[in-house]
Design a protein around this ligand. Structure first.
Ligand code: NAD
Ligand SMILES: O=C(O)C1=N[C@H](C(=O)O)CCC1
Length: 247
């Protein structure tokens, strides 16, 4: 397949390596410095776009791709307040859009485990749920998209929790209301991504964690999603790719 890398930073470069290993061709590498090159590409030169850029640029990038009729696999986080409008545009253009806050297969298994644990904890209100996410110091958004997906998974199964609150790097501890899930965001060194969900009671703690050792798991999932979306029309996510139900 001819893959256009829209965003060619830490993730774009890791995705390129995985895509080449799997026999794909790179149709272009777009950074903030050569966005104008997009207009030079012929529509037919691109089979699928893999978009990992920045929270500020994702909406314009996705809009551009839908207008060009290019299927898009997007991993950029921190723009989801515009998600409904972009999905409407994709449908209007009969396009194809795949989004995941985290493309790692392991994290998607962890999402399932998180929901199962929340189902168990529903009858044990003496346990207070909270989360910590740790990422490298270059990360622009907090909390991570993955932590938001985890919080949504908890809220789906613990009706007492209706929202999440973020404690951003460097802040004092928060006083967290009973209906809220605290997400502590830490930024340290070059950490690719660590997520922990914990349930604390007065006497003990239950904790589950996912630790990414590198970006390769995210990249592999994104390339597999690009292979999967080819020839499809509609809005998709990892549950479709992995044949997971949404429970
Ligand atoms: N979903 C996942 O599995 C997953 C995994 C890792 C990272 N991410 C997300 O992917 C995004 C990128 O992460 P990264 O670590 O590669 O960041 P990075 O800062 O290393 O790279 C960002 C790239 O986007 C480019 N860019 C910025 N503005 C642009 C624009 N207007 N048009 C085109 N390109 C533009 C930059 O020039 C750079 O090449 C972040 O939002 C991050 O949270 C998602
Ligand atoms: O490095 C990042 O930035 C990551 N972003 C995603 C998120 O916000 O959840 C996935 C993990 C790595």
């Amino acid at each position: 397949m001819n893959i256009l890398l829209l965003g060619y930073g830490k993730m774009g470069k890791t995705i390129e390596k995985t895509a080449l290993e799997r026999g794909h061709h790179i149709a272009g590498r777009i950074t903030i410095d050569n966005v104008a090159d997009l207009d030079q590409l012929q529509t037919a030169d691109v089979d699928v776009v893999i978009e990992f850029s920045s929270p500020e640029s994702a909406v314009a990038n996705l809009t551009y791709c839908f207008e060009r009729g290019w299927p898009v696999v997007c991993g950029t986080t921190g723009w989801l307040n515009h998600r409904a409008d972009l999905e409407d545009l994709c449908r209007e253009k009969n396009g194809a859009f795949f989004y995941a806050s985290n493309y790692s297969i392991g994290v998607n298994l962890f999402f399932k485990l998180n929901k199962t644990l929340a189902q168990f904890m529903r009858n044990y209100p003496s346990y207070q749920v909270s989360m910590t996410e740790i990422h490298h110091t270059e990360k622009k958004d907090a909390p991570s998209g993955t932590a938001i997906t985890l919080a949504e998974g908890v809220m789906q199964h613990l009706p007492a929790k209706r929202r999440w609150v973020v404690n951003e790097p460097g802040n004092e501890p928060l006083v967290v209301a009973q209906d809220a899930i605290e997400i502590e965001s830490l930024r340290e060194g070059v950490v690719p991504g660590t997520h922990t969900v914990r349930y604390d009671s007065a006497v003990d703690r239950i904790e589950i964690s996912h630790v990414a050792h590198s970006r390769e798991g995210f990249a592999l999932g994104a390339v597999i999603a690009a292979e999967w979306i080819a020839g499809r029309e509609g809005i998709f996510g990892m549950n479709d790719l992995l044949n997971f139900n949404d429970e």
